[in-house]
Design a protein around this ligand. Sequence first.
Ligand code: ADP
Length: 548
Amino acid sequence: DMSNAIVAQDEMGRPFIIVRDQGNKKRQHGLEAKKSHILAARSVASIIRSSLGPRGLDKILISPDGEITITNDGATILSQMELDNEIAKLLVQLSKSQDEEIGDGTTGVVVLASALLDQALDLIEKGIHPIKIANGFEEAAKLAVQELEEKSDDVIKEQRLFKDYLFEAAKTSLGSKIVSKDLDRFAQIAVNAVTSVMDEDRKDVDFELIKLEGRVGGSLKDSKLINGVILDKDFSHPQMPKVILPREGQDSVKLAILTCPFEPPKPKTKHKLDISTVEEYQKLQNYEQEKFKEMIEYVKKAGADVVICQWGFDDEANHLLLQNDLPAVRWVGGQELEQIAIATHGRIVPRFQDLSADKLGSCSKVYEMEFGTTKDRMLVVEKCQDAKTVTCFIRGSNKMIVDEAKRALHDALCVVRNLVKDSRVVYGGGAAEVSMSLSVSEEVDKQRGIGQYAFRAFAQALDTVPMILAENSGLDPIETLTLLKSKQLKEQTSKIGVDCLGKGTNDMRELFVVDPFIGKRQQILLASQLCRMILKIDNVIISGKDEY
Ligand code: ADP
């Protein structure tokens, strides 16, 4: 449609087209715009909500090129959805922020944000100005977080139980994931991984020290924590030993970590190397032999038991290494080399001449890990001296399961790390949300004017979390919510939540269903911020599909 386009010429005489209006782009203003944003957000949330909680459904995602992902992780589901709506994209962003800052609670944050938006829509339809709604929500969020903090329990006070709490919180996080059949094993992996690398004084956990590796094959229950580094490699010669332990009189296995190739430097001749006689060939061979021997001599003299090399080496070198009792690993990538160096307190050495005893890495064992009947092997550099590096090694029968298990474990690692950083917990199964909702509701009557509506709406948005958990577990949402509220009020506690797994009690403390306080707080803050942002946007150009 060129009716509102004018052909003009620039000063050089080149024609160009002025389009007076932005083609078929639709502009939406004010309330209409807001309503349509909220409806878009709602459609995204409706996909996510059925994934919430231990009885949430897994989603199967198929990418345009046919790759299949099975997941229950909100951030993952959203990131793979092809969305062309800007508001829906904001929800993706929201879930990503929660993921980046906290690592868990990515489904919950989207559920809460969209519940807030739903409530906002009702208020807009009642004629309340969006900015006033946003302000009211912000006040209510402050109050909710305050209540959350007051009711949180600091589990470090129960030092004896601290590890139990870490374990239970990891279980709560994993409970809704693919690994739930082997909950204890995975929760233990998460706790052991974090506690073995954590800095107890600084209450900090360096995630760089925790590697997540996966290998298709076996089953989830073959997954384990390895104290050290794993390489997708094997020894360079099949006759080299499969297990290397410290030599007699030594307390560790010494590793030479090399970035120089086992390859003789080219002979320094002025002219092109020209081999025409047998003698000349012999000479060259001898020269190479000499050089190899020299290199091996350097390695031996430094006291190395194992050679880790960034480069490959030919059969000749390989054979000499074998003869000289030097098991070797070749083609080790730069990043892996660095990992080994960190884990073994060794130095990466660029030239054979630079090798010396103090530059070698140390560990208690290097061995090839075999996988049942397959020819697959991996190399484990184990129990590195006082260096803290661990590898969570995930097995599973196919790539989709391994990938989802990795994501699940990542979430659990985050939960445990969060508790190490801040040991306050709140109770899960919607207990914390009910308690916040009750406290915000209590304030409703103290608010004047619009605030009343906003506070009530905010409380109702919080209520949707336990309601969805109930619904996903096959319980009646309204009945459950009513029960939780009356119990919390009657017993003056914030620990009553949804019994998703039918354990026969609503006491989340008894069930040990706990979430880190900082994760829950972040959900509230991020969800209300996002809501505020959307309520403030009132002029969006929606580009029509048929534009052009
Ligand atoms: P997210 O991606 O937001 O972490 P999940 O699907 O992992 O979402 O669900 C987390 C919610 O499920 C939290 O509210 C948590 O308290 C709740 N939850 C987890 N395990 C249990 C359980 N055993 N009983 C009741 N609620 C649980």
